[in-house]
Write a protein that binds this ligand. Structure first.
Ligand SMILES: *[C@@H]1O[C@H](CO)[C@@H](O)[C@H](O)[C@H]1NC(C)=O
Length: 510
């Protein structure tokens, strides 16, 4: 009785919703400190940041070439350009005497235009009424307008000489940039030749549902600050709030968050087929990112045109001979973690020369997980992801499915960071810590949680390089069944930042 009537008075409902949202935003803005700085990255090197969009061979995703965007008349799953944000170790920017405020310049945390992202999130919340959508944009603007990503846009790439120089001098000091074990900073065990040429390991990062590549700037920038070149893909599969494709002919297309109602196909798309299409789209973008690494390493950086408006490209030629193409690791969160595991199918191969993967909170509703994995994998669950168990398709508890998957990998780790929640690896808890705490009941400090994720990720990347196990990777199994077993069997080990890890699977001893 009540609901249909309420639905009919949709204007009243909108006004109600709108004013509630407005009051909420005013409260939020008043209760949050005025300047919000993202913390410095935890590693030793400075970090360069670059938004890049490059042309790729235009093609549709196999099997989904006929799916159209309703009312737009364009193919929904056509790859047109590749957009990503590069985070890379850089030389410290020289202070500019002329205008200290312009270069070295910083990158706003919110992608521009903000209204695109605000409208996108409103659409995700099923709000299509423009004034209400604007409220979302205003909210984002109030929150995020002053937030800058630490790091210098288009900064020079760290030179090979500086890698060794810094190695002698030791880690970052002062500034409270502790974080990370000393061991992480001193790992110089790779082969000397490569060190001298300064070949850097690479990471391709794939984001979660409803998120953007920049939602993870602290985690990714920190990994880069240990000497890794990270490419965070801005997926165009319709999983994010919104993104603009800038074609080389100057035309643009906005990709909004996609639901089944936005798609036209015969037979109509279903939830599983949308997931399959998006995962295939993401895989194509991962392949293109690795292709881009190859182009940069081969010295074609000066031929690449950056289609991202107002984004420079000076640093690109410097990547010549600086990327270790045999050390590309795929890292993903949530939907992206599902995609990461999928990318390992048949890998390594010519198109996917990857050496391993890190999966953060593999999706619970983003499709079944690929179990054909022949490369080292680290699965890190947040505390909440492990505690709250649900049935995963018809395969049983999610925890058990993941555990069995990892157990069957020759070099696989599965662990849980106690007291963290699903968004703990994103920037969100750094920006709105108290909302996060209330909404997710996290008990672990946001910075500590992120530093733990970074440390273990870097330790895993080092393991891929030299086979050495450090930190929690050295641990034996301490909690074989997690929340599903006897609680007395749930032991924990302290990480480098003092947080507690539960270790569920480690590689078997030979
Ligand atoms: C490149 O990566 C491979 C695989 O991780 C590693 O064995 C090799 O030592 C790396 N080379 C350099 C130059 O660091």
């Amino acid at each position: 009785m009540f609901r249909p009537r309420f639905r009919r008075c949709s204007l009243r409902r909108l006004i109600l919703l709108g004013s509630a949202l407005l009051i909420f935003l005013i409260l939020v803005v008043n209760l949050t400190p005025a300047t919000r700085r993202l913390p410095q990255y935890t590693g030793r090197y400075d970090v360069g940041v670059l938004d890049l969009e490059v042309e790729v061979e235009k093609r549709v995703i196999k099997g989904f070439g006929d799916v159209m965007l309703k009312g737009v008349g364009e193919k929904a799953f056509e790859l047109q350009t590749l957009a990503l944000t590069l985070y890379y170790p850089s030389t410290p920017p020289a202070p500019s005497p002329k205008s200290p405020r312009s270069p070295p310049h910083a990158r706003p945390w919110l992608p521009q235009p903000i209204s695109l992202i605000g409208t996108g999130y409103a659409r995700i919340a099923n709000i299509y009424f423009p004034p209400l959508q604007s409220l979302f944009s205003v909210g984002l603007w109030l929150f995020g307008r002053n937030i800058m990503i630490p790091g210098t846009v288009d900064a020079p790439l760290l030179s090979p000489g500086e890698i060794s120089k810094l190695a002698v001098e030791g880690g970052r000091d002062g500034n409270g940039n502790g974080g990370g074990g000393v061991e992480l900073r001193e790992g110089k065990n790779g082969d000397r030749d490569g060190e001298e040429k300064g070949e850097l390991p690479c990471v391709v990062f794939t984001h979660g549902m409803g998120r953007m590549s920049q939602s993870y700037s602290h985690y990714l920038g920190s990994v880069a600050s240990y000497g890794v070149v990270v490419a965070a893909i801005e997926h165009r599969d319709g999983s994010g709030p919104g993104t603009i494709i800038h074609r080389s002919d100057g035309s643009e297309r906005t990709v909004w968050h996609l639901g089944l109602k936005d798609l036209e196909n015969d037979p109509p798309m279903t939830a599983p087929s949308l997931i399959a299409a998006q995962l295939a789209f993401r895989e194509a973008e991962i392949k293109e990112t690795i292709r881009l690494f190859r182009l940069l390493n081969a010295g074609h950086g000066d031929l690449l045109i950056n289609l991202k408006p107002d984004s420079p490209r000076t640093v690109l030629p410097a990547f010549k001979d600086r990327l270790n193409i045999s050390a590309v690791t795929v890292v993903g969160h949530s939907y992206g973690a599902t995609g990461t595991l999928q990318a390992l199918k048949n890998a390594p191969n010519e198109e996917m020369p990857i050496n391993g993967a890190i999966a953060l909170d593999p999706g619970k509703q983003s499709g079944k997980l690929n179990t054909e994995v022949g490369l080292p994998v680290l699965v890190m669950n947040s505390g909440a992801w492990t505690e709250k168990q649900t049935k995963f398709y018809e395969l049983g508890w999610h925890f058990v499915v993941v555990k069995d998957l990892v157990k069957n990998i020759r070099e696989g780790w599965f662990m849980t960071l106690a007291g963290s929640a699903h968004p703990s690896c994103t920037d969100v808890p750094l920006i709105i810590p108290w909302i996060m705490k209330i909404a997710t009941w996290t008990s672990l400090n946001a910075k500590v949680a992120l530093a733990e994720y970074v440390d273990v990720s870097v330790e895993f990347l080092n393991y891929l390089k030299n086979g050495e196990k450090k930190g929690v990777l050295k641990s034996r199994i301490l909690s074989p069944a997690g929340p599903l077993g006897d609680s007395k069997m749930r032991k924990k080990i302290r990480g480098t930042e003092g947080a507690a890890w539960e270790i569920h699977v480690v590689p078997e001893k030979k």
